[in-house]
Design a protein. Structure first.
Length: 366
């Protein structure tokens, strides 16, 4: 702000003349406004028999603007909250319904709504279809999913050396084996494995969690008689909190505002509630509705209402006082105000506003 150089300085021993007042009226210095506001607040405190005062609002340098309301001008559609979901994966199992329980973004447990059926582990099966009898085998699979041995448990009858062994498995491929020896009745006594293939590890039910940003969850599925009986969480992961729409505010100095959204069954935003008005917002600030990550929300618009506040940039003065911004004129103004009240015998200190940590407060004692 720029004022005439001949403007009368404020002191505790003089009061502006009518001429000085006329000179100042078009460019009222913050010093005048701040002193006047502090005087009024001191008088109110004295009237209440108080001996000291902490002023965190009510003056140009302590009052900050904040967002007081949000008006929904178009509700859009598809602005649904995005929560973590879980499914049980298994080649033959069906019907299991599970839901993650999320605490502070971590999946601490998984609830079971329906146990389903058919989730028993699936192991590799072997058969020799060329014989006239029925043979049964025990298949030994390595930890890497490679078939190592095939032992006849029931040799059957009518088999000959060289009969193929057929393997059945949801994911195993490439294994090759044949009957190696038989007795006089064609009973299989040994099997030769020429290629162990791959992917023949037992197939068990697994759990997968879907979320746009969450990661690192791990768990094992407990199955009894083909039904899901529990989920053991081995890693809670992180980032699985429910995601909601947000407001992206275009503001030069505003910060810290927080909001909650109300939507209907179509994901249309019906209301936006200010849960924290923030600090430093201006009447020309605008906001854009941003759908939650993973949501299809679109076409909502809002307008902001900003509460009345200081006619000067109180946040700027705080930055000057705290040393993060250099402004000699503003620093001089703060000194003038302080000296005015010290001259009158008051104890006066500038402090950080405890409500915002981004603006000033005054401590005055008499």
């Amino acid at each position: 702000m720029s004022c005439p150089t001949n403007q009368a300085a404020v002191s505790c021993t003089t009061f502006p003349s009518a001429a000085d007042a006329r000179k100042s009226i078009s460019c009222l210095d913050v010093v005048f406004a701040e002193v006047a506001a502090l005087q009024q607040l001191i008088l109110q405190a004295i009237n209440n028999c108080e001996m000291e005062l902490l002023i965190s609002t009510g003056t140009p340098l302590t009052t900050v603007t904040s967002i007081s309301g949000v008006t929904v001008t178009a509700g859009g559609a598809g602005y649904f909250p995005v929560a973590a979901t879980a499914t049980i994966d298994h080649p033959t199992g069906a019907g299991a319904v599970v839901s993650p329980v999320v605490t502070n973004g971590r999946i601490t447990s998984v609830s079971i709504t329906s146990a389903g059926s058919g989730y028993a582990p699936i192991t590799v099966e072997a058969s020799a279809p060329d014989g006239s009898g029925t043979a049964a085998f025990q298949v030994v699979v390595s930890a890497a999913g490679v078939i190592q041995f095939v032992h006849p448990l029931v040799g059957g009858t009518g088999y000959v050396v060289g009969d193929d062994i057929v393997f059945t498995h949801p994911s195993g491929t490439g294994a090759v084996a044949e009957v190696a020896t038989v007795d006089l009745t064609g009973r299989i006594t040994s099997v030769s494995v020429s290629d162990g293939g791959s992917g023949y590890s037992p197939v068990v039910a697994t759990i997968s969690v879907s979320h746009p940003v969450g990661m690192s969850f791990a768990g094992t599925v407990n199955v009894t008689s083909g039904t899901v009986t529990g989920i053991s969480v081995t890693s809670t992961g992180f980032g699985y909190q429910t995601l909601y729409p947000t407001l992206d505010i275009d503001s030069d100095n505003g910060s810290d505002a927080e909001f909650s959204f109300t939507t209907n069954g179509s994901g249309t935003i019906t209301a936006v509630t200010v849960t924290n008005g923030g600090i430093g917002y201006a009447s020309g600030d605008t906001a854009t509705v941003v759908a939650a990550t993973g949501s299809s929300g679109a076409n909502a618009t809002v307008t902001l209402s900003v509460s009345a506040g200081s006619t000067v940039d109180s946040i700027h003065y705080f930055k000057v006082w705290s040393g993060t911004v250099t402004d000699d004129k503003a620093s001089q103004q703060l000194t003038e105000i302080t000296n005015y009240f010290k001259c009158l015998g008051y104890t006066i200190q500038l402090r950080s506003n405890p409500a915002t940590q981004k603006s000033l407060s005054w401590y005055i004692k008499w």
